[in-house]
Ligand binder design. Structure first.
Ligand SMILES: [Zn+2]
Length: 424
């Protein structure tokens, strides 16, 4: 008797599940447009996470197709905002379509779905305003399906049309993907003791150029070129989530760099730089992690990589308040051992793969690292102020080698760490 009723319940549950699948119980609960300098974001809120794809409609219009989902009879019509003149939801073939009517300033896009909160976010980049409209005839678009937990880049425009202001000639980057800095668009990492989210900080940007080489190649561009390559490798080859503090030539406040890394609960913070000194003969590679020595902090002002932080936060770094803040931050820093290990992996790989002079792993008082709630390293790949160093750093092939070298170091560190934690 008992077994019969259990069986009946099981059958009933199965029937309900089947009915649920057919009836698409997932629902769109809202559409929001957010406009930023370089892109407009479309945020589709859902009851549950879902797979999605992006379809080309007539003209340059798009539709976000959320699988097995309903609108519940509401269109959530909104706009205009940014490059979106109108956005609304409709039901079609068991899926929910969010139709986007776009202006001719709409360019490449990238989309992803997040689990908590359940959302699909599509970022639509803007063309620079000086680019004449109407050349969209050559536009080639490809679409990909976004996976449930994915971080999916979708290329809308040919790579050649990519506008990278401020990137020096020869300092080419393969930017066939986009990465967001907005932490609210990225679900925090939820798997403990697994390195699955990595934050890359390409040093400097915008009015802060960093070091400059004898032929005037500037550090911020080289840092970005290597960082974007590294980001692509980590995402495509290691399968981890990657976020960057910038994907173009812009100024990012020093405090925002670690703030975002902390908010998305990144597992590693990679601060990528290249070196500069007055003596152009100096060459070599060095990797830093945060110093916990009081004596080092008394010389914090001497480090070029601290300049931006000092300009942005004079009140924090001057006088007693500043020192107290730093000491307090250091007392809380529980990541020095892991940072040191990661630094050694990176340093050994770079010296080996680049064939550069080994200037060693060092501890230094870098303000940017103080606020990182995760193991963090600051890399100085090579001296840009040395003519041969500059020549090497500007080469796309060299940038690829450097990025691959750092990639391999991160991969080895991740494997070791997860082995140790028993999560591998
Ligand atoms: Zn730098």
């Amino acid at each position: 008797m008992k077994s019969v009723s259990v069986r009946a319940i099981v059958v009933l549950v199965a029937a309900l599940a089947a009915a649920g699948a057919a009836a698409a119980k997932n629902k769109v609960t809202g559409i929001q447009l957010k406009d930023y300098n370089d892109y407009t974001a479309v945020v589709v809120s859902l009851d549950e996470p879902s797979k999605f794809s992006v379809k080309d409609l007539k003209g340059s219009d798009l539709a976000i197709v959320v699988e097995d989902c309903k609108t519940g009879g509401k269109s959530y019509k909104t706009g205009p905002k940014g490059v979106v003149t109108e956005a609304y939801a409709k039901d079609k073939d068991g899926d929910a379509w969010v139709v986007l009517k776009l202006t001719d300033r709409a360019s490449r896009y990238s989309g992803k779905s997040t689990k908590s909160p359940a959302r699909v976010v599509l970022k639509i980049l803007k063309k620079p305003s000086k680019e004449p409209a109407g050349e969209t005839g050559e536009t080639k678009r490809t679409t990909k399906t976004g996976e449930g937990s994915g971080w999916e880049g979708v290329t809308l425009k040919d790579r050649g049309e990519l506008n990278m202001p401020g990137v020096a000639a020869g300092c080419a980057v393969d930017l066939d993907t986009n990465f967001a800095i907005e932490s609210d668009e990225m679900t925090p990492d939820k798997t403990p003791n697994v390195i699955d989210t990595i934050f890359i900080d390409p040093g400097h940007g915008g009015k802060y150029t960093g070091a400059a080489g004898p032929s005037n190649i500037i550090e911020k561009d080289v840092n970005l070129g290597i960082s974007l390559r590294l980001a692509r490798m980590l995402r495509d080859d290691l399968g981890v989530r990657v976020a960057l503090s910038r994907v173009d030539d812009r100024m990012v406040l020093m405090k925002d760099r670690t703030r975002v890394a902390n908010e998305i609960k990144a597992d590693l913070f990679i601060d990528l730089h290249n070196n500069g000194v007055l003596n152009s003969k100096v060459r070599g590679t060095e990797t830093f992690f945060l110093s916990d020595a009081k004596a080092d902090w008394s010389r914090a002002m001497d480090y070029a990589e601290n300049e931006e932080f000092i300009i942005e936060n004079p009140d924090l770094v001057e006088g007693k308040t500043g020192l107290n803040l730093i000491l307090a931050a250091l007392a809380q820093n529980e990541f020095l051992q892991e940072s040191s290990e990661l630094a050694h992996y990176v340093q050994e790989n770079l010296v080996h793969d680049m064939g550069t002079k080994d200037r060693g792993v060092k501890q230094a008082p870098f303000y940017v690292l103080v606020y990182a709630n995760m193991p963090s390293v600051l890399l100085e790949c090579e001296f840009l102020t040395n003519p041969a160093g500059e020549k090497l750093l500007v080469e796309p092939d060299s940038q690829e080698i450097i990025a691959r070298s750092i990639y391999n170091a991160i991969k080895a560190y991740k494997e070791d760490f997860e082995e140790k934690m028993g999560t591998r």
